[in-house]
Design a protein around this ligand. Structure first.
Ligand SMILES: *Cc1c(COP(=O)(O)O)cnc(C)c1O
Length: 231
């Protein structure tokens, strides 16, 4: 399994590089977030050995023990799942980047909790770019207003946007959603809001990361292609 992870990771990195070069992008501008939700510690460790430097997790509860077990490793942990305000206290302790801020209420709580531990918490705004009722994320039309309101929070730093498009078998069908997120980030950037950075675009998973890269992704969140199917 360990060797498996090594070769899978190599393949994923090659695919990222190929996709980047094919659309004239520098592959170094795309960061791989290895999504290790539900993956046991020994396999995560194998991935780190094989060169993974950023890990993405969805469940605060599950990850506390995992991060503790791997505390000697020099890796960065990102939170990519739905975050409840009552977990904000732990999230600011554990994560370098939170991809999934989608409400003022959550932002306020994160700001407060980051302030208590003297941290400026980097965050992304999760946008429900497809408008599906079942999806997390702020509505596209309300995203700019949310960014404006979060901008003055001293213990938060907005670094960009994140989205989860609808699921399709054909990756090309998600292209319009990725393009829409990129367009939205350009619109917000033009507003030149103080304390707001629109550098990062977190989009693309195992099934569609190449398309996401073509549309400007800077963070691709990949689980299955590295760790295999989740049980
Ligand atoms: C699980 C998950 C991923 C990774 O999905 P794969 O299809 O396994 O690559 C990416 N982003 C989020 C938010 C996830 O929950």
């Amino acid at each position: 399994m360990t060797e498996n992870i090594q070769s899978r990771l190599k393949l994923v990195k090659e695919r990222i590089e190929t996709a980047a070069l094919a659309c004239g992008r520098d592959p170094r501008t795309i960061k791989l977030v290895a999504v290790s939700k539900t993956v046991p510690v020994d396999l995560v460790q194998a991935a780190i050995k094989a060169g993974v430097t950023i890990l993405g997790e969805n469940y605060v509860q599950e990850v506390r023990d995992k991060i503790e077990a791997l505390s000697a490793e020099k890796v960065s942990w990102h939170f990519i799942g739905h975050l409840q305000s009552n977990k904000a206290k732990y999230a600011v302790q554990l994560f370098d980047l939170i991809h999934s801020v989608d409400s003022l209420k959550l932002a306020k709580e994160l700001n407060k909790r980051a302030g208590i531990i003297g941290k400026v918490q980097k965050i992304l705004i999760q946008v429900n770019i497809s408008g599906e009722a079942t999806k997390s994320g702020i509505e596209t039309e309300q995203a700019l207003e949310l960014v404006r309101r979060i901008a003055p929070f001293e213990n938060l730093a907005v670094c960009g946007l994140m989205t989860m498009p609808p699921y399709f078998n054909a990756p090309d069908k998600v292209r319009p959603y990725f393009r829409a997120l990129k367009d939205l980030s350009d619109i917000i950037r033009k507003e030149a809001i103080a304390n707001v950075d629109m550098t990062e675009l977190s989009m693309g998973m195992t099934g569609d990361f190449e398309v996401a890269i073509q549309q400007g992704a800077t963070l691709v969140r990949i689980g299955t292609a590295i760790f295999g199917e989740r049980v």
